[in-house]
Write a protein that binds this ligand. Sequence first.
Ligand code: SF4
Ligand code: SF4
Length: 93
Amino acid sequence: MSSRAAVEKKLFTIRYRADRGSHITLADPARCMSCERPCLLFCPAAVYQWEDDHMRIAYENCLECGTCRIACPSGNVVWRYPTGGTGIAYKRG
Ligand code: SF4
Ligand code: SF4
């Protein structure tokens, strides 16, 4: 089993309650055009999805691990915690 498949299996143990708006935005979406887009690999929940000429952010799936805040090479990610009562919840504690 690939590591990506193993992560996807574990995602079934997580419950999400989506915030009304995204808790993740990009400071400058144009910066993603000239980036090698490591976020497509380092985000464990595939929140970052490149679509033709822009980045789509599936914020509803965010695990709140904080990796993208640190690992985006140009500091392009603007991240805050979801509003209280929304976001991730773990089914098994
Ligand atoms: S790593 Fe950062 S700058 Fe690069 S594509 Fe992803 S969000 Fe955009
Ligand atoms: S905080 Fe973690 S799970 Fe959420 S978008 Fe960033 S890297 Fe992905």
